[in-house]
Design a protein around this ligand. Sequence first.
Ligand code: Q9C
Ligand code: ZN
Length: 346
Amino acid sequence: MFTVYSEEHALHAGGAELSAGVLVPCYDAPSRAEMILARVRSAGLGPVVAPEDHGRGPIERVHSPRFLEFLSTAWEQWQACGYHEAALPSIWPGRHLRAVEPDNIAGKLGYYCFDASTPLVAGSFRAAYAAAQVALSAAARLASQGARRERAAFALCRPPGHHAASDLYGGYCFLNNAAIAAQALRDVGAARVAVLDVDYHHGNGTQAIFYDRPDVLFLSLHGDPRTEFPFFLGHADERGAGEGDGYNVNYPLPRGSGFGAWSEALEDACRRIERYAPDALVISLGVDSYKDDPICSFRLESADFTTYGRRIAQLRRPTLFVMEGGYAVEQIGINAVNVLQGFEEA
Ligand code: Q9C
Ligand code: ZN
């Protein structure tokens, strides 16, 4: 399988996140992507290429111009206030407040960012932009005609994307790489695209982006938001709105779920994808469902990742894997590449 990778992910680093009342080193560290790349190479998965630059156009199909303007200038605005540490919000437009965009950077951060685990540093936007280009370049391989066309491709994205909505970032995500790729696939002729999100956390950003649309089916297996991050989206009764009614499917699973419950939900999701008959499939590939993940509670074993990769292959669709979460850094490469090898075997 073809992998697309950019070294620019490392420009987003060095921050700390607020966790249990203290600042701790970020779980989304550059070593995550490096470990996955090393495993792609040592497993002989296939060629690794750098992304092409598809520009801002395809990113603007998903994210609002104001949001992109904010993200690309936030660091300068923060520095202009005399701040040198990573930018984190500390106030939000919660209930009974008014979500009008403030002029001050401290207020803007709370307006555009929904949590305190996503520090923004000097290189964050460039890294996020590069990750979006990684996803777009991998998607272009599926869509291209002739010898360059691939059955599947792996977008080794970092920072991840599935928590980012059209004008909101958080959960370690700035730009929604999977959504940008799904929209790009629509724009080059795929009539229907399915996005299957297997990250431990609900893909709230992707859900929000496609919630009122029938042309992109979104399905997500995740820790129940009643107890798990991001807490405020991902319930089973969220089924889409308007024309998109019926095209959003959530599988909230209890804390501590093992592969039995998880693969039952996957089976249901696969049957729905078969009925939908998409022209392309995007997998939001988070491997934080692993038993030893430091911030998650599911109990998947490394071999389970191979098993479900095989099941995804049986859908027989052009498939784009987009890297999302996974914080057991020692095992992250093995688990991610197991999915891709399981897929290739089938
Ligand atoms: N201190 C992804 O997996 N909250 N994002 C962490 C632990 C944020 C996860 C709390 C988790 C974000 C892409
Ligand atoms: Zn996650």
